[in-house]
Design a protein around this ligand. Structure first.
Ligand code: IVH
Length: 645
C-alpha cells in the first residue's frame, strides 16, 4: 500500500468509527484507540502534504473567514404553516380531506428548535453547507458545518443531493459549555445560531453541535420519496435523523410528548410537525407562496418568558450547600403561575449578571422550578445581591468550595439535617417508609435526632412522642429501620448525601469499588478514571470522606456495611429496557428492580439503542416510537417469563 492508499484506508476507518459513535451512539473502540488512528493519519498528512477531502482533520476549522458568501439553494426551502391548538390542527386536516376526498396518512416529527442547515453533496462528497436565509439564498457555512460530527463528510449516494436538517445544541452540551463560559448561553437556539454564524469555525467546533435531518430537498432523478422513505434514505446515507411516527392518533402522541416525553429529551423542541406521508398526495396538495399545504407545525406554548426579579433568598440543602432562590413578580409560563426560579450558586449570579430589580429571562426546565437564563433589561436601581456570610438555617459562618458556599454545621443545622433524614429514608436509599418532611422535622425537634445513624438507636418510647405514632406505627417503623440494615451498596451510597452524587453515580461507584471502605480510600485520580465521573464529582467524594468519614464507622458499628453484588451475567445482562404504561400487577419501581436484579438496564426514553419496551395499559408515545423503530415490545407476562420470576 502506498501512502495515499494508507491515508484513504485511515480516513474511511475514522469516518466509520465517528459514525458509530456520534450518529448510532454505539462506539466500538475507546477514545484512545480512535485518537491513535487519528494521530497516524495526521502524521501522514503532514509528511505528504495531502489532505483528503473527507478527512476528519478537516473538522477542526481553519483560519477565520472575512465574511460569509451567499449560497443559492437548488430548490427553494419552504417554511411551515403553524397552529397552536388541536382545533386549528383539525381544521387544517379537514381542509386536506376536502381537497382530496379522503383522509391521508400523516407522519409526526419533533419540531427541533435550532437553525435550518442545508447540505449539498456531489458524487458522495459534501460540497456546501448553508443556512436557510430567505429560503432561496442562504449563507455559505461549509467550514462551520464540517466541524459537526453528525454531518457526514461523504455519503454512499452519488450524483447531486441536497438535504435539510436542524442544527441543534444539546441541552447537556449547553450546560457543559456554560460551566466554564465567560458569558453563558441563554438557550440552545442561541447556542447553535451563534456558533454556526461565527466566522471562526474553530469556535463552532468548541460548541459540540449536532444536526438532525428530516428532509431530502433534491435528489437526482427525482425518485418521489414519501416522508418515511426520506428518513430511511437519510438513515442509509448515515445521517442522524429525526424520529418519525406514523399514527392515526396524532393528538394523543402530541399530548404525551408535550406533557411527558419533552422533559426527558436532551434537545429543545418547540412543537411537532405533521406531514402528509405519501409523495403523490403531496404533489396534489402543492404549496402556497410560503408553505407546503401538506405540512403544518403544531407549536407548543413558549417555555421562556421574562419577569422582574424581586429578591434572592438562600436555601440550605442536604449536603450543606447553599442555593440561591429568586423570588419573582408572578408570571404565566406554560399554563402555570411562576413565582420562583433557581440559580446555581453565587458565581452563577455574577456570571449571568443577575441583579435584584432587573427583568430576567426564565425558562421552564425539567425541574418543577424554572431557571433564570440571564438579564433581559437592567434598571438603574437594580443591585447585585450580597454574598451571604452566614447560613440562613443556623447562622454558622459559611465556607467556600469551588463555586459554592457550604454550611459547616453538619449536625446542628436544622434544614440540612432534616433534608438528609428525608433523603436517607427515601425509596432509592434505605427505603424506610413514612419519613416525610414533617416527620423528619419532628425527629429533629422532638427527639433531637441529629444524624441518620441515630435512627438505629431509637426506642419505642422516643417515637411515641411524635404526632400520629401509635403502637402499631411505631412497631412498623422500628421493623423498617431494622430491615434497612440489609440495604444494597448503591442505595447506601445514595443515602450518604454526598454532594453531586445521585442515584446513577452511586450505582457506578458501587460497581467500581464494591464496598464503602474501598470507596472511602479512593483518590481523585481513581475516581475520575470511571466514565462519567469528572473532577467536580471526584472532589466532592474525596471531601465528603475527609470531613465525614466517621459517619461510615458509625454505620459499620451498627452492622451496616453492604457489599456490591455484581449482577453482570444475569439473565438479561446488558439488555436495555424501557417501561411504559401501567402494568397489570407490578409497580414501575418493582419492574425496574426485577430487571436490574437480572442485569438489565432500564432507560427512561426509547431510542435506537433500546432493546425491549415493556408496555402496559395506556402506553403512549414511547410505544408508538418503539413500533416506529421496530423495537421488540412485550407485556408484563412476557417480562416475567423472560426473567424466570
Ligand atoms: S420540514 C417543507 N421538519 O421549522 C418543509 N422543519 O418553521 C420544510 N423544523 O425552517 C421543513 N423541525 O428549520 C421540518 N421535523 C421538522 C422540523 C422543521 C424543525 C424547522 C425548520 C423550518 C422551520 C419552519
Amino acid at each position: 500500500m502506498n501512502e495515499l492508499e494508507k491515508m484513504r484506508a485511515l480516513v474511511d476507518k475514522l469516518n466509520d468509527l465517528a459514525y458509530r459513535y456520534y450518529v448510532l451512539d454505539e462506539p466500538i473502540v475507546s477514545d484512545k484507540e480512535y485518537d491513535a488512528i487519528y494521530d497516524e493519519l495526521c502524521a501522514l498528512e503532514k509528511a505528504t502534504g495531502v489532505v483528503l477531502s473527507d478527512s476528519p482533520s478537516k473538522r477542526v476549522g481553519g483560519e477565520p473567514l472575512k465574511e460569509f458568501e451567499s449560497h443559492t439553494h437548488i430548490n427553494r426551502l419552504y417554511s411551515l404553516d403553524k397552529c397552536n391548538s388541536f382545533e386549528a390542527l383539525r381544521e387544517w386536516f379537514n381542509k386536506l380531506v376536502k381537497m382530496l376526498g379522503y383522509a391521508p396518512m400523516c407522519t409526526l416529527e419533533y419540531k427541533l428548535d435550532g437553525l435550518t442547515i442545508c447540505l449539498t453533496y456531489r458524487d458522495g462528497e459534501l460540497v456546501t453547507g448553508a443556512t436557510r436565509g430567505n429560503g432561496e439564498v442562504g449563507e455559505n457555512v461549509t467550514e462551520q458545518v464540517k466541524t459537526i460530527r453528525t454531518v457526514p463528510l461523504n455519503i454512499p449516494t452519488k450524483g447531486v443531493i441536497e438535504v435539510q436538517g436542524e442544527g441543534i445544541m444539546r441541552i447537556s452540551a449547553l450546560n457543559k459549555y456554560n460551566e466554564t463560559a465567560a458569558v453563558p448561553l441563554k438557550n440552545p437556539r442561541n447556542g447553535v445560531a451563534g456558533a454556526i454564524r461565527n466566522l471562526d469555525a474553530r469556535e463552532t467546533a468548541k460548541r459540540n453541535l449536532d444536526v438532525i435531518f428530516y428532509n431530502v430537498n433534491y435528489l437526482d432523478g427525482d425518485p418521489e420519496l414519501g416522508q418515511r422513505e426520506q428518513i430511511e434514505f437519510l438513515d442509509k446515507n448515515r445521517f442522524k435523523t429525526a424520529v418519525c411516527f406514523a399514527s392515526d392518533d396524532i393528538e394523543k402522541i402530541i399530548e404525551q410528548i408535550q406533557n411527558v416525553d419533552r422533559n426527558a429529551l436532551d434537545f429543545a423542541i418547540d412543537g411537532m410537525v405533521v406531514k402528509v406521508d405519501d409523495f403523490k398526495i403531496r404533489a396534489k396538495l402543492g404549496y402556497t407562496d410560503k408553505f407546503p399545504r401538506w405540512a403544518i407545525a403544531y407549536k407548543f406554548e413558549a417555555e421562556e418568558t421574562t419577569t422582574v426579579l424581586n429578591e434572592i433568598v438562600w436555601q440550605v440543602g442536604r449536603t450543606g450547600k447553599l442555593t440561591p432562590l429568586a423570588l419573582l413578580e408572578p408570571v404565566e409560563l406554560c399554563g402555570a403561575t411562576v413565582r420562583r426560579a433557581t440559580l446555581n450558586n453565587y458565581g452563577d449570579i455574577l456570571r449571568k449578571k443577575v441583579t435584584v430589580g432587573s427583568r430576567v429571562f426564565i425558562r421552564r426546565s425539567n425541574d418543577v422550578i424554572p431557571e433564570i437564563l440571564g438579564v433581559a433589561e437592567s434598571d438603574e436601581k437594580a443591585t447585585t445581591p450580597d454574598k451571604p456570610a452566614v447560613c440562613p438555617g443556623c447562622g454558622s459562618e459559611l465556607y467556600e468550595e469551588g463555586a459554592n458556599l457550604f454550611c459547616p454545621n453538619f449536625y446542628g443545622c436544622r434544614p440540612q439535617v432534616v433534608a438528609r433524614l428525608v433523603q436517607f429514608c427515601s425509596k432509592e436509599c434505605m427505603d424506610i417508609e413514612g419519613v416525610s418532611d414533617k416527620t423528619a422535622e419532628q425527629l429533629y425537634d422532638v427527639i433531637n435526632v441529629r444524624s441518620a445513624t441515630e435512627l438505629y438507636e431509637l426506642k419505642a418510647e422516643d417515637l411515641s412522642k411524635l404526632e400520629g405514632f401509635k403502637v402499631k406505627k411505631i412497631a412498623k417503623f422500628i421493623a423498617q429501620i431494622d430491615k434497612s440494615k440489609s440495604v444494597n451498596l448503591p442505595h447506601f451510597i445514595n443515602a450518604l448525601c454526598i454532594d453531586n452524587v445521585g442515584r446513577k453515580t452511586a450505582k457506578d461507584l458501587a460497581e467500581n469499588f464494591g464496598s464503602i471502605d474501598a470507596l472511602r480510600a479512593a483518590t481523585a485520580e481513581e475516581l475520575t478514571a470511571i466514565p462519567d465521573i469528572g473532577d467536580i464529582v471526584a472532589q466532592s467524594i474525596v471531601e465528603y470522606f475527609e470531613r465525614h468519614g466517621e459517619v461510615v464507622d458509625k454505620y459499620k458499628a451498627l452492622g451496616i456495611d453492604p457489599k456490591y453484588e455484581k449482577t453482570t451475567g444475569g439473565i438479561v445482562s446488558g439488555i436495555k429496557f424501557v417501561l411504559t404504561g401501567t402494568l397489570p400487577t407490578l409497580k414501575r419501581d418493582e419492574a425496574r428492580a426485577m430487571i436490574e436484579a437480572a442485569g438489565g438496564i432500564v432507560q427512561s426514553s426509547v431510542s435506537k439503542q433500546t432493546d425491549i419496551v415493556v408496555a402496559g395499559e395506556a402506553a403512549g408515545s414511547k410505544l408508538d416510537k418503539a413500533s416506529a423503530l421496530g423495537i421488540k415490545i412485550i407485556d408484563e407476562t412476557e417480562l416475567k417469563n423472560m426473567l424466570n420470576t
